[in-house]
Design a protein around this ligand. Structure first.
Ligand SMILES: Nc1ncnc2c1ncn2[C@@H]1O[C@H](COP(=O)(O)OP(=O)(O)OP(=O)(O)O)[C@@H](O)[C@H]1O
Length: 368
């Protein structure tokens, strides 16, 4: 799983960007606001979901453009081209194409698995469970491509049940039964995939050479039963409580990812910002190994401004760890010298300015 080329057309501040990707390392540098993260966000849209910024799709077309945008990529070593975007006459409807044919966004999980670290995730352990759940689900999705479909169907059934329970006129109980059965079926699949991912990941992290990176241990805090029958019973008995709350209070949509630093036995929220970042890095490195083992191919890592937040020793350790793995990595930073220690094999560098990308011949800075 890697991109051989990427094109952004009328996407954010990129009018027409075309990149021939490096098979291993893609280094993107430029000033603040240049359009670096926009490239990573574009790649994140080639997987199911709302992308790494979770932005509304109608915000993405270039404001100065004709409306509508396209992000497209060819996959390395495969005769496959995937793309997504909007048309100018329906800016809020996301379209997906695989080899030119219309496809459902969830089908993208069959082709590409993408995991990202962004500056916004520095607050992952401090904020509400939703962000941690989304992070976990992205890790799950890379191992269980059907996870996106289960999550979408679970959420659609839950939304409909919430609506019926809130309606002034009592709804047909048979219809609510059917929605709860659907929630239970997909909820059980979600729970199973999350449990499998966390168990495997926790083992993998134990085996990881983390070097200077803090080692996390992972667990799931559940807000409801796991098995389908028990979940149906909990939903049924909780109808009046859920109607009063205006939402379902039991179910995997309320799970939380609990991360603890192994060395100190300390909750991630109490660790330093650097330790939290290090644990996130350890999680995604272990996860990359797990995906390679299970799917036989490496996922794509998007590391937005990660290098700048590490001290030189940890930065070097990160590059070493990435070099030992074979997946494709896209990295951004404001200064080219941050990437001096990134191996040159399979590497491409770009400088971005005002949404215009220029390929860079690699130069070694004086202090290297
Ligand atoms: N729909 C849009 N149309 C045109 N420009 C946009 C659109 N959405 C965002 N932008 C512009 O994109 C730029 C931000 O790009 P991006 O987030 O990629 O910056 P960056 O290079 O990662 O910067 P930083 O180093 O500050 O994180 C901003 O100048 C913003 O105004």
């Amino acid at each position: 799983m890697a991109l051989s080329s990427l094109s952004l057309t009328q996407f954010r501040n990129h009018e027409a960007t075309r990149l021939q990707a490096g098979a291993r390392f893609n280094v993107i540098w430029g000033d603040n606001g240049a359009g670096k993260t926009n490239i990573l966000e574009a790649i994140s849209l080639l997987a199911p979901g709302r992308g790494m910024r979770r932005a509304a799709i109608e915000q993405m077309a270039r404001q100065q453009g004709p409306g509508g945008f396209t992000v497209a990529a060819a996959l390395l070593g495969e005769d496959v081209r995937i793309g997504t975007g909007t048309a100018s006459d329906s800016p809020s409807r996301r379209q997906v194409r695989v080899n030119g044919a219309a496809a459902a966004a969830n089908n993208l999980a069959d082709w590409l698995a993408v995991v990202w670290l962004t500056p916004a995730m520095d607050r992952l352990f401090l904020e509400s469970a939703g962000g941690r759940r989304r992070f976990l689900d992205r890790l799950v999705l890379a191992l269980h491509p059907a996870h996106a479909r289960h999550a979408a169907r679970y959420e659609a059934a839950m939304r409909e049940r919430n609506r019926l329970l809130a309606a002034e006129r009592p709804a047909d109980p048979g219809w609510i039964d059917a929605l709860e059965a659907r929630m239970a079926e997909h909820g059980a699949a979600i729970a199973l995939a999350r449990a499998d991912t966390l168990d495997a990941l926790d083992l993998q992290i134990g085996a990881l050479e983390t070097g200077p990176f803090a080692q996390p241990s992972l667990a799931l805090e559940r807000k409801g039963p796991v098995e389908a029958d028990a979940l149906i019973a909990a939903l049924r008995s909780g109808r009046s409580r859920d109607a009063a709350a205006g939402r379902a209070l039991a179910g995997p949509h309320r799970d939380d990812l609990i991360v603890t630093m192994r060395q100190k036995g300390q909750a991630a929220a109490l660790c330093s910002t650097g330790e939290q970042k290090a644990m996130l890095i350890a999680i995604i490195l272990a996860h990359a190994d797990l995906v390679a083992e299970r799917r036989g191919s490496r996922l794509i890592l998007l590391l937005d401004e990660v290098a700048a937040h590490l001290d030189p020793a940890r930065r070097a350790a990160l590059y070493e760890q990435l070099a030992d793995r074979s997946g494709q990595v896209w990295m951004t930073g404001t200064d080219a010298s941050l990437f001096d220690a990134v191996p040159l094999a399979g590497r491409a560098d770009w400088c971005v300015s005002g949404g215009v990308v220029a390929a860079q011949a690699r130069t070694i800075s004086a202090d290297q």
